[in-house]
Design a protein around this ligand. Structure first.
Ligand code: C2E
Ligand code: MG
Ligand code: MG
Length: 532
């Protein structure tokens, strides 16, 4: 995939990963706003209902108290009693006596028979004889209204605001309804009476209870169980929206808090490939490669005849194995620089050894790109000129991955050989068409891949491959190096099969140059090189 495409896809994914939790956060915020609003409405409606019941209970109790009074109605002693009653019921404004279509006296008004304070016929009379005037002018202040409730000539006055002054946001509307009379007798200030009436009419025959969401508002109706009244609470949508907006900000923050790290995670995961590649690029630029050397021995006498140079990446104080970065280096176009650096290190670290022991050699792995031109050969020639190191001491290991353009690879390989560098086909047998290459590619040796050595002598299907490869190599006059020999049974078997050379942990692990010198001194077989 092209880098730009990959980046675009990564950005899209990271954005999605960010927006998804934000979307969920916003959605949850809306749900939460609705739920909270419904809860608050219900709580509010319950409080209003309790207030209404308390007021009604006080009104009934006060009237019953007055019915017990034995004094002459409106006598001075009776007026004292009426004042006492008014004071003992805090929701009541006044208590008095009425008859013959007018008020006769009250705790607040005193004996008013002389003045004419007419009373219209009651708006409602209950079966148990209570009269209701839902909307009378207050005798003290005409614009204020008062509710009168009375029986047998005794009445109490109630300020309708007492029913609705339950503390709440002023955006909500509250109405108290006499359910038998079907009449709203108290509303919060500024409430839309017509809207409340409609809400009551819509819900009056329903079960009440939970909040109902309508187009423009959420509505709750609560009916008193033992009294003929109900409360209607209405929260206009506009009020809900402000609530929602506040929650939306919360939802956005939560969504972003979850989404941004998720987005960053996606971004980092996706771009790690590039960042690792960038790191490798920097490492190559700064020459942070190291080389370890693995002994290659003659199986006839376990004599160390040469070594394979295996590159390592010094990264954050640790050595990274080539399997993890060589493929990336090939993709990123860094392999040629790595090959050059390996050659440099080899010549620096093993130059003296190679000069002293002309039969000792180092084999260097080359990448696909190195086989597409003679560039590396030119570099190699230039470095070896006048170095005292023979071309045959630097050998080339090429894998089938490098044969993608067979004609070019064939030419390049031939050029290496012409210049005196023996060429090995590495990991032989693991590619699709190893055998076909042998026909057209002239090389000097095959390295049998570890996977065949591993299964040798076993029942596995691959276990029969190694002998064939060996026999064929023989008939073509090629040397054979077996890779990954870990135990002596494998070595014995290969020896029996007539394999010339071996490489593996049995003989030696890949070692830094200094340890290789020690290794060579300890394994000083007759012709093995002495330490450098
Ligand atoms: P390779 O060229 O086939 O190298 C042999 C690999 O097998 C090495 O792994 C070596 O450490 C490992 N090995 C050797 N003997 C044994 C054994 O007895 N048991 C086991 N389990 N492993 C054994 P390493 O060093 O990780 O190299 C892996 C591959 O990376 C190499 O395979 C080669 O294809 C590539 N490579 C290494 N250095 C370079 C380089 O400088 N340039 C290029 N282009 N590729 C390189
Ligand atoms: Mg190799
Ligand atoms: Mg190999």
């Amino acid at each position: 995939m092209q880098r730009s495409w990959f980046l675009a896809l990564t950005i899209a994914l990271a954005t999605l990963a960010t927006l998804f939790p934000v979307g969920i956060g916003v959605f949850m915020a809306q749900l939460e706003a609705n739920r909270r609003e419904a809860d608050q409405l219900a709580v509010f409606a319950d409080a209003a209902l309790r207030r209404g019941e308390a007021v009604m209970t006080q009104a009934i109790s006060a009237i019953q108290d007055m019915e017990q009074l034995r004094d002459e109605p409106c006598s001075p002693s009776n007026l004292v009693e009426l004042r006492r009653i008014t004071y003992s019921y805090r929701f009541l404004q006044d208590a008095g006596v009425y008859g013959r279509g007018r008020r006769l006296c009250s705790a607040l008004l005193g004996p008013v028979q002389a003045r004419t304070l007419p009373l219209p016929p009651p708006d409602w009379r209950t079966p148990d004889g209570y009269d209701f005037w839902f909307d009378l002018a207050n005798p003290f202040s005409a614009p204020r209204r008062t509710i009168l409730m009375g029986r047998n000539g005794n009445h109490v006055s109630i300020d309708p605001q007492v029913f609705v002054d339950v503390v709440d946001r002023d955006t909500r509307m509250l109405a108290v309804v006499h359910t038998d009379a079907g009449r709203i007798f108290a509303t919060t200030q500024g409430a839309n009476l017509a809207r409340l009436q409609r809400a009551y009419a819509d819900h009056a025959y329903g079960p009440g209870g939970a909040a109902r969401h309508e187009d423009d508002a959420a509505v709750v109706l609560r009916k008193s169980r033992n009294m003929p009244f109900a409360v209607v609470v209405l929260a206009p949508r506009a009020a809900l929206l402000t609530n929602w907006r506040a929650l939306l900000v919360g939802g956005l923050i939560v969504g972003l808090a979850a989404g941004v790290p998720l987005g960053i995670l996606v971004w980092r995961r996706a771009t790690r490939r590039f960042s690792l590649e960038g790191e490798l690029r920097g490492a190559v630029r700064r020459h942070e490669m190291a080389v370890h050397y693995q002994p290659i021995v003659a199986l006839s006498d376990n004599r160390c005849v040469g070594v394979e140079a295996l590159v390592r990446w010094r990264r954050n104080g640790r050595l990274v194995r080539p399997n993890l970065f060589i493929p990336m280096a090939e993709n990123a176009g860094l392999i040629q620089q790595i090959t050059d650096q390996v050659l440099e290190i080899v010549l620096t670290e093993l130059g003296t050894l190679l000069r002293r022991h002309p039969s000792f050699y180092v084999s260097i792995n080359v990448g696909a790109e190195d086989l597409k031109s003679r560039r590396f050969l030119t570099v190699l020639n230039a470095r070896l000129r006048d170095s005292g190191i023979a071309p045959a001491q630097i050998r080339i290991e090429a894998t089938e991955r490098g044969f993608l353009e067979p004609d070019v690879a064939r030419d390049t390989i031939q050029a290496f050989r012409d210049a005196g560098h023996p060429v090995y086909i590495d990991d032989f047998g693991t590619g699709y068409s190893s055998l076909s290459y042998l026909e057209s590619f002239k090389v000097d040796a095959l390295k049998i891949d570890k996977s065949f050595v591993d299964t040798m002598g076993q029942e596995a299907a691959t276990s029969t491959v190694a002998p064939h490869i060996i026999a064929m190599a023989r008939s073509l006059g090629l040397e054979v190096v077996a890779e990954g020999i870990e135990d002596s049974a494998q070595a014995d078997y290969l020896r029996e099969q007539g394999v010339d050379y071996g490489q593996g942990w049995l003989f030696g692990r890949p070692l830094p140059a200094a340890e290789l010198a020690q290794f060579l001194s300890k394994n000083a077989a007759p012709a093995a090189p002495a330490p450098a």
